[in-house]
Design a protein around this ligand. Structure first.
Ligand SMILES: *Cc1c(COP(=O)(O)O)cnc(C)c1O
Length: 423
């Protein structure tokens, strides 16, 4: 392992994606390793927001159908841009809602308990919002979440085993919701194998792609996944609260959504304003009300960067960055009781690394004081996301060397080992 700064610089020089860094607003004073919580603003997103504002300014109501990006079709247009990121067709995709509201919509549509099959299978490591949504949908169907939500357990607290997931697919499971990439350990679940096992047992399955979209390639249609949903403010750099996405497999299109609204309508029928809904024959049917145009706007710009860079190249560099980070941590921090809980195998590792340490909260505060932005996850996790589109190998090098200094000088002891309001 070459631990020199020069080596990091050589890796940067040889990086085929290095020019994309210029597309983003990057503070020279900081090293930002939190792009999997909130991606950075790109110049293209900024321009797109100003363009949309201008269309409102100059076109007013006519902005719905005129201008460069007519608002009435924007959700579908952005849906098309998701196609290469998730491996789906345009008609299976729509930009709408947020992760949590999209999950509510999809559960309201696909969770149809019948006969023996009444339960939902999830896991005990998923982000709480997904679990809250699942519990409320179970309750809305008149069942007790304590009995009807089954959560696959993790043996060591950070990873899930595919055999445990498959073993939990019992006769009483109606539907499964799992993350594509776990938000803490960054483990990738084998979506293809899990989907196959679920379908063999007559169970519907959907994935939360919040931490996988824009960081790893997907083939949802090829894998036969029933549905998926995601946010766009993490790896997709859509900005705080930017509009999320839904994928619904072609074989389910044409159905009435669980939660209907006038934007669920077939577009040509929508302004007939009838009280009988004619649902769109595309994933557009899973929209509810008027799209949040100003919060879709950044995606017009940010997604073009993904089309240009290509998911294969992004994934390749992402793995190089996390390999490099892991190797440096092992070489430089072995005396300081950090544990890397992310998988080592490439096919099981997403776009970030999860380190645990008993003093994680104070270590994160010390890193921030040294102008490095990590992500603390209670109770003892440090999430580091070197993002392929805008982070450098030298930044990874600087981070590990700073961490080493903080540990060596025990500088983290100056800070309380407690999380802030947002962590
Ligand atoms: C980020 C994230 C969310 C956030 O949900 P919102 O509705 O977008 O606030 C939900 N689930 C997972 C797994 C996430 O990573």
């Amino acid at each position: 392992m070459n631990t020199s700064r020069e080596f990091a610089r050589i890796l940067d020089q040889n990086d085929s994606l290095k020019d994309f860094r210029e597309e983003f607003y990057i503070s020279n004073e900081k090293i930002y390793l939190d792009g999997n919580s909130l991606g950075l603003l790109s110049k293209r997103s900024e321009k797109a927001v100003l363009d949309i504002l201008n269309s409102w300014k100059t076109l007013a109501i006519d902005g719905w159908t005129e201008g460069e990006y007519p608002w009435f079709y924007l959700s579908e247009e952005i849906g098309k841009q998701f196609a290469s990121l998730v491996g789906g067709e345009s008609k299976e995709l729509i930009a709408t809602g947020s992760t949590t509201t999209n999950l509510h919509q999809l559960l309201a549509s696909f969770y149809q308990p019948e006969g023996k099959k009444t339960k939902i299978l999830a896991d005990e490591l998923n982000f709480p919002s997904d679990i809250y949504a699942i519990k409320s949908q179970i309750q809305l169907k008149g069942y007790d979440p304590n009995e009807h939500l089954v959560q696959v357990k993790s043996k060591e607290g950070h990873l899930l085993e595919i055999t445990d997931i498959i073993d939990a697919m019992t006769d009483d499971i109606a539907l499964i919701v799992l993350p594509g990439v776990l938000y803490r350990s960054g483990q990738i679940l084998d979506m293809q194998a899990i989907t196959h096992a679920a379908h063999e047992r007559g169970i519907l399955i959907g994935f939360d792609l919040c931490h996988s979209i824009g960081s790893i390639p997907h083939e949802l249609s090829k894998w036969g996944v029933d549905f998926a949903f995601w946010c766009t403010y993490k790896h997709l750099n859509g900005g705080p609260g930017s509009v999320g996405g839904i994928y619904v497999n072609e074989r389910h299109l044409g159905m009435e959504p669980g939660l209907s609204g006038w934007f669920s309508s077939a577009k040509e029928k929508q302004f007939d304003l009838e009280h009988e809904l004619t649902p769109a024959s595309t994933a557009g049917a899973f929209q509810i009300g008027t799209p949040h145009v100003l919060s879709i706007a950044p995606l017009i710009g940010s997604l073009t960067i993904f089309q240009e860079a290509g998911m294969e190249s992004i994934r390749k560099k992402s793995l190089q960055l996390t390999d490099y980070l892991i190797n440096l941590i092992e070489a430089e921090l072995k005396d300081y009781s950090f544990e890397i809980t992310s998988p080592r195998e490439h096919d099981a590792r997403g776009g970030h690394i999860y380190l645990t340490h008993p003093q994680a909260a104070s270590i994160c505060k010390a890193l921030k004081a040294d102008r490095i932005v990590p992500d603390f996850r209670s109770p003892n996790g440090i999430r580091l996301a070197p993002v392929a589109l805008y982070n450098t190998f030298e930044e990874v090098w600087q981070t590990v060397l700073t961490l080493k200094k903080i540990m060596k000088e025990a500088r983290y002891r100056k800070y309380e080992n407690r999380r802030g309001v947002i962590a």
